[in-house]
Design a protein around this ligand. Structure first.
Ligand SMILES: C[S@@+](CC[C@H](N)C(=O)[O-])C[C@H]1O[C@@H](n2cnc3c(N)ncnc32)[C@H](O)[C@@H]1O
Length: 271
């Protein structure tokens, strides 16, 4: 069977067309441009078998990045597995906000709940003078993160296993950034996220427990004038903003995601 035939058979709607193209590109090792040059090529038996298996998984609801073991983030093709959250485009907005913080020269940045290390890696590409530590309590997630760090930022992003601030030295950080779990255990979105690790998604106290803990503990770990930047759920804007204010943060601001919804909060610590 030719590439164009396999593609056409699967392209029953826009999403299927796009996913079938991704699978074919990955299978044939070609770029988007190269893809249009191999349309007449015949697929070998093993290639057809592999594509068939992958398509079945897709039909069973497995997200494409888990099928391919790769997800695009900040122009990098990051390794992912079911042990890490698939990094989302909205988290690129968090990275943009991190890069826009008023931080001069060298800086020590902690990425809490680093997962695939997406945030630390993206920022380290843009700020080679900053030092990064990625913390996660999941050893399995850190094994994936380590592969990404080796590929994209060897020596510039350090990874440590532990819960939030536990492995970090107090008063040693210029920026703490985090995209922690923030869904409540009865959130209706969870049924569409069954392939992603629950420990990356759900937090106690209606999804607010980890956000609250980070907001309350960060002052002990930041240097004077240090920043905290958090991603949160689209309905948590007011409550997270209030958390920052109540804990004594300065210059507290809520920022919006690609859809214009309140999704991030930041503040500066002056002691
Ligand atoms: C929403 S995911 C974010 C992953 C990645 N930073 C991203 O934005 O794609 C949350 C991450 O926090 C980690 N995590 C959950 N509880 C934690 C804890 N107590 N301490 C450290 N990491 C934790 C999870 O393992 C997961 O990797």
């Amino acid at each position: 069977m030719q590439v164009r035939q396999w593609w056409r058979m699967r392209a029953v709607n826009d999403e299927a067309r796009k996913d079938a193209q991704e699978l074919l590109m990955h299978q044939l090792g070609v770029s988007r441009t190269g893809f249009y040059q191999v349309q007449d090529q015949y697929l070998a038996g093993e290639q057809l078998d592999c594509l068939h298996q992958q398509w079945l998984k897709r039909e069973q609801g497995t997200p494409l990045p888990y099928i391919l073991g790769k997800a695009w983030f900040w122009g990098m093709s990051l390794r992912v597995s079911a042990d890490v959250l698939i990094p989302r485009p909205d988290t690129e907005v968090l990275v943009q906000a991190l890069l826009e913080l008023d931080v001069a020269g060298e800086a020590d940045v902690a990425d809490l709940g680093t997962g695939s290390a997406a945030i630390a890696l993206a920022a380290s590409r843009e700020r080679p003078q900053w030092r990064f530590v990625g913390v996660d309590r999941s050893e399995a997630a850190l094994r994936i993160a380590r592969q990404n760090v080796d590929e994209f930022a060897a020596g510039r992003v350090h990874l440590v296993c532990g819960s939030w601030f536990d492995p970090l030295k107090p008063h040693s950080w210029d920026v703490v950034v985090s995209n922690p779990p923030y869904l409540s255990s009865d959130d209706s979105h969870l049924s569409a996220l069954i392939h992603e690790p629950l420990g990356a998604l759900v937090a106690g106290d209606q999804g607010l427990a980890d956000l609250a803990r980070i907001v309350d503990c960060a002052p002990l770990y930041l240097r004077q004038g240090g920043w905290l930047l958090l991603e949160h759920g689209w309905q948590q804007g007011a409550v997270v903003h209030h958390m920052f204010k109540r804990a004594g943060w300065h210059d507290v601001r809520t920022l919006v995601d690609l859809a214009g919804r309140d999704r991030m909060c930041l503040g500066q610590w002056h002691g």
